[in-house]
Design a protein around this ligand. Sequence first.
Ligand code: C2O
Ligand code: CU
Length: 479
Amino acid sequence: SLLSLAVLTGAGAILGGCSADERQSALTFTNRLRIPPPAAPVTDPDGAKRFTLTLQTGSTEFRPGTVTAGTWGVNGSYLGPAVRANRGDRVRMSVVNRLPEATTLHWHGMRLPAKMDGGPHQMIEPGTTWTPEWTVDQPAATSWFHPHPHGKTAMHVYRGLAGLFLIDDPDGPRLPSAYGVDDIPLIVQDKEIDSDGELETGGVDRGTFGLLGSTILINGTYDPVLPVSTSLVRFRLLNASNTRVYRIGFADGRRFDVIAGDAGLLDRPATVDRVKISPGERVEIVARFFPGETVVLDSRGEPRRTANDIEEDDFHLLEIVAAAQLTPSPAPPATLGGPGRATTPPGARVRRFSLSGSEINGRDMDMSRIDEVVPAGAVEIWEIDNTTYAHNFHIHEVSFRILDIDGSPPPPYQAGPKDTVFLPKNANARLLVHFGPHTDPLTPYMYHCHLLRHEDKGMMGQFVVVGPGTEHLVPRNLP
Ligand code: C2O
Ligand code: CU
């Protein structure tokens, strides 16, 4: 295939027996980047694609020769397969819980009925199977899935429960799309793994931010290297870390094109040298490579750092080794088909959310309280005002666009469809939120901070989507 194995074995050989200092200047990336295997659906008699996702415990060899116990995964010991569906497909999931405790599986970014959402109300007891189904009806996007049990999400995600859910649109623009060849997912996570390979979990559900790990895994790969064989490569970045925020770019400063955010394509490529990505967010980029070169993808903190900043550490993420001859890729289209910059619609309903240390509008999450009632199909402005240290804000079911952050329009690469927004210390954001058609007055969707320690501490609220005109009939307390 792509890889000259010599690159890998050679890198290993360079490492053998050199000092820590030499190691810094030599190749330090030694493990071939894992690509999450595509999930294989079966087609049910009614045409639905059925995926079986088994949540299980296991052990994982992150570093060659060192086994880390206590990892959890989906159809494997760590992370999960890439689920993939076309816009218009009917999908049916069999989520089998083989864990020692109850959990859920939430489809982050998916627009679907609340009962299928996999939030904290859709618990799956050990030894049981949950079978949600829905019709995929939304633009192409890089979505994902992860557990959402109230108070335990941080630990379940940290142990490894997460996976990609790729939505394709057969009518979309022509982009690099050979999965694992020039279309590469990069699931970025930080862990604390000691020299014996032990996964440290002590800090995950403690302190202000939970655990900030010093080891970065990409797709569950430690020190990853990726051989590439085409001149353009699309990377789908997913921040599946509990808390860390990354500012991702190339160590040599080369520029690249952002083509999509969380919930779909931009209107046109946005050229940048860094993208900031907080937990739960996705950014798709297209980068250019030259024959025979070696390039490092890394994360660097903001040049001017602020107190309580959670992005200040610098990390190498991935080494990319270009083949001596690269297959030329067609240029990406000048327009991508996504919506242009959002403008404020006159008369839209405004809701305000104030974020403090671990509360929203002064309240902790209460599973029996409905905080907001929204008419189906509404377009609203949600104003998020962060009064403390860094947070972010994710809304289930919807797609939104950032109108402004601290009064200024977002950078073009963040102006497209999204479902999660980063709020630095004391920042405020105005979001233009598009709600879907699925009504259910008794089953809420969530909005919350996606720093998982904060979510678990109660920085979450609940909304229901109901038939327009029936808002006043909706009970504010669930039975
Ligand atoms: Cu990615 Cu409510 O979560
Ligand atoms: Cu937060």
